[in-house]
Design a protein around this ligand. Structure first.
Ligand code: PMT
Length: 402
């Protein structure tokens, strides 16, 4: 999968540096050529000898070799690399990267690199949550650096929280996904629904739900990175896709989402993912004036909304694929399978609110894919970015069979 790819690995001073050895081993096993650049602090945590042995290349730490004066050119390193991965990335290095500080070889290489850059942060939970670190990551993201979010769990300090570097297997999967993005969906059109809807009760109140738009945005970004032309029909979501070029059609109510989604689908869509948490009911007659308190009770009559997924299912083209989500609390599998059939979709992604870390608002999700032919696949709890990559892999495969 990574045969012939040049991966430059930058290692900074963190206890997670030992995991860099596993990253190198996995990359080499996948056929990549790996070179390693380390900061001086990183050498306290893992030896250059270990990394040189695993990568089969000398390790670079200084601007020049003091023995023979040989110059380690950060410019040629940056040009050699197809991808520069900085893992673990300490708070110190992230902050220096964000502000253009170039006081070691790892950083000068970053500033001169022409290739895409990924960073996998590792630090204590309070350092990770600190606004300075979060702002550094935001700056880097805005400049196109792909941040592989830290995971939650036990930290070297003995505390528990978010700050652990992602596992080497997950990082290498992200790298493989990066290289497979090279336009596998170029020329394809994709449509994604995202976020909650709001159903007006009166001009000041509405019925809605907790969808943040994180899952749908991760899917839209993954589709865009693989070269698809992506349109997102989004309710009022806190999170929006970050890949450049993703077109967003903003809507508020289920009715508006229905109209926009059907109109976009009818323009042509090769991949359609219905991820929005659409209201199933809406007030029968919303008041045009603010409803006043008068008496103890108030009754609201609700009527069903249109089912967008069912509408798309009823006009589903044979040369495209349609996936939906099922958000369940009880009888999860039966309900998901029934939705797959009723809404005439190619696959459905089940997530259950009973699983910790899954569903609304979280950065992670735990899903099972169900397919029309009766197959199913369950994934462990993973970041929404990884779930999106796994979903898009399946959608690409289904599209290839159309
Ligand atoms: O946005 P996040 O905070 O990241 O959370 C992600 C999520 C939990 C919202 C997402 O993973 C998810 O499960 N989305 C679907 C939520 C939902 O409405 O599920 P459902 O089981 O009620 O609906 C089944 C399918 O029908 C969904 O594809 C839904 O988009 C679709 N539907 C539902 C009602 C309706 N009127 N029209 C629809 O198209």
């Amino acid at each position: 999968m990574l045969r012939g790819k040049h991966v430059l690995l930058g290692i900074t001073g963190s206890i997670a540096a030992y995991k860099a050895a596993y990253i190198v081993r996995l990359l080499v096993r996948e056929g990549a050529e790996v070179k390693v650049v380390m900061t001086a602090a990183a050498k306290h945590f893992i030896t250059p000898l270990t990394l040189a042995t695993l990568s089969r290349n000398p390790i670079l730490t200084e601007f020049f070799d003091p023995e023979n004066g040989q110059w380690n050119s950060h410019v040629s390193l940056g040009l050699w690399a197809d991808l520069y991965l900085i893992a673990p990335a300490s708070a110190n290095t992230l902050s220096k990267m964000a502000h253009g500080i170039a006081d070691n070889l790892l950083l000068t290489t970053y500033l001169s690199a022409k290739c895409p850059v990924m960073a996998a942060p590792a630090m204590d939970l309070d350092m990770y949550a600190h606004p300075a670190t979060q702002e550094s990551m935001d700056i880097l993201r805005a400049r196109g650096v792909e941040i592989i979010e830290a995971a939650s769990g036990e930290l070297a300090s003995g505390l528990d929280g978010k700050g652990r570097m992602e596992e080497p297997e997950v990082i290498v999967r992200r790298i493989k996904s990066f290289f497979s993005r090279s336009g596998s969906l170029r020329g394809r059109r994709a449509l994604v629904t995202s976020g909650p809807t709001r159903e007006a009760i009166d001009p000041v109140r509405f019925i809605s739900n907790h969808s943040s738009g994180k899952m749908a945005s991760a899917i839209a970004d993954e589709l865009a990175r693989r070269g698809a032309e992506v349109t997102v029909v989004s309710g009022p979501a806190a999170v929006r896709p970050s890949e450049p070029g993703v077109r967003i059609v903003d809507v508020v109510s289920a009715r508006q989402m229905y109209e926009a989604t059907v109109a976009e689908y009818d323009k042509g869509s090769d991949i359609t993912v219905l991820c929005a948490a659409v209201a199933d009911f809406t007030p029968a007659s919303p008041s045009t004036s603010k409803i006043k308190k008068d008496g103890e009770r108030m009754e609201l009559t609700l009527v069903p909304t249109e089912d967008i997924a069912a509408a798309i299912g009823s006009r589903r083209r044979q040369d495209g694929v349609v996936a939906g989500f099922a958000l369940e609390t009880d009888n999860a599998e039966d309900n998901a399978l029934s939705k797959l059939r009723r809404k005439n979709m190619d696959m459905i992604v089940l997530n259950s609110l009973r699983d910790p870390g899954a569903g609304f608002g979280t950065d992670t999700n735990k899903v099972t894919f169900f397919f029309r032919n009766g197959d199913s696949q369950s994934l462990p709890l993973e970041s929404k970015a990884d779930v999106a990559a796994a979903l898009v892999d399946r959608l690409e495969r289904l599209l290839g069979q159309c």
